[in-house]
Design a protein around this ligand. Structure first.
Ligand code: NAP
Length: 303
């Protein structure tokens, strides 16, 4: 028999740097290249779905003709047309990747990258600024000083890291006078690393939020192309059918059931799919069902 405590629910809200944010965020990796009205429709759909945390990065759009900075610039054009939208958002961006370098977290580079990001987005601050990837050639003390200055100047409300190891995050946190508030790493039923590499444990230990990128495997779960993905999708479909929701919604609910309370960053740019986000709050997972998805993805049972 299944005890009630076996059902793992999604959280109502998640704390991020003192803000209670909706437990599902929306991301702008694939945002650039649209015109302003299309961009606005996506953002409106996200608000309609209850999203409050919006994630972008200075590099998003580098794969489009408009290049580096174009996703932030498009958001800036949306804000220029509808300034009231900015105040309704907890806005997160990132910097520190330069195509071809590939990383720079030096004081000079980050200081100017933050200023240029804000200018592109037509805003004077972001609630969360994240180092996009660890720069192996900058001492964490230098990064901490740079970000402390930007924080003191009111340009960045809080500091997070993306694609950092636990040791890299701890080293930076040691030099920061303010808390390091978030990790952002890949996590999905197809990409399980944070469960085992200490990232979730560190998030819980330090009270850091965890933002999960590519929760549908970058779209692979929408269109499974191999045996393993099909097997995982089959279990997600069974849960989806039980609650009358989409496979994507069942996937987000599986992600949110972990006690680190991962915040899925939804990547779809399709307004109809964005509007389906609230479906993800319905499914509940028993322990056995949740572990079955994990073990199917791993291709082996836990001991
Ligand atoms: P994802 O949700 O795993 O993938 C989204 C892609 O899947 C879209 O191209 C979408 O197409 C497609 N898709 C296929 N079937 C779908 C379905 N049934 N429902 C929804 N989408 C479906 O996420 P992602 O775009 O890879 O990443 C999400 C966000 O994470 C990004 O926007 C960004 O904010 C963040 N991210 C961060 C990093 C980092 O290094 N920090 C790296 C990657 C991403 P349609 O648009 O046509 O629906």
């Amino acid at each position: 028999m299944t005890a009630m405590s076996d059902f793992l629910p999604a959280p109502a809200t998640v704390n991020l740097a003192g803000h209670d944010v909706a437990p599902i965020a929306w991301g702008m990796w694939r945002f650039a290249g649209a015109d302003v009205s299309v961009a606005r429709a996506r953002i409106d759909a996200a608000f309609e779905a209850g999203v409050t945390l919006f994630d972008t990065a200075d590099i998003y759009g580098c794969d489009t003709p408009d290049g580096f900075g174009s996703a932030e610039a498009l958001l800036g054009r949306v804000f220029a047309e509808a300034p009231e939208l900015r105040d309704r958002m907890i806005l997160a961006t990132k910097g520190g990747i330069i195509l071809g370098t590939p990383y720079d977290s030096s004081a000079a580079y980050l200081t100017s990258a933050i200023d240029i990001s804000l200018k592109r987005m037509n805003t004077d601050h972001v609630e969360l600024w994240q180092i996009h990837r660890p720069d192996l050639l900058t001492h964490p003390q230098e990064i901490a000083r740079t970000l402390e200055d930007a924080h003191k100047a009111g340009k960045i409300g809080a500091i997070g890291v993306s694609n950092f190891t636990t040791a890299q995050a701890a080293a930076l946190a040691k030099f920061l006078p303010v808390p390091l508030v978030s990790h952002q790493s890949e996590f999905s039923p197809l990409h399980l690393a944070p469960l085992f590499d200490g990232i979730f444990d560190q998030s819980m230990e330090r009270g850091m939020a965890f933002l999960a990128w590519s929760t549908l495997g970058g779209g692979r779960l929408g269109d499974p192309a191999d045996e393993r993905t099909r097997a995982v999708a089959g279990l997600l479909d069974a849960k989806a059918a039980e609650y009358g929701v989409s496979r994507a919604a069942a996937t987000y609910s599986w992600v949110m059931a972990h006690p680190a309370r991962p915040i899925p960053i939804v990547g779809t740019q399709n307004p109809d799919r964005i509007r389906e986000i609230p479906q993800a709050f319905a499914p509940r997972w028993t322990r056995a069902e949740w572990y079955a998805v994990l073990q199917t993805s791993m291709g082996e049972n836990l001991p």
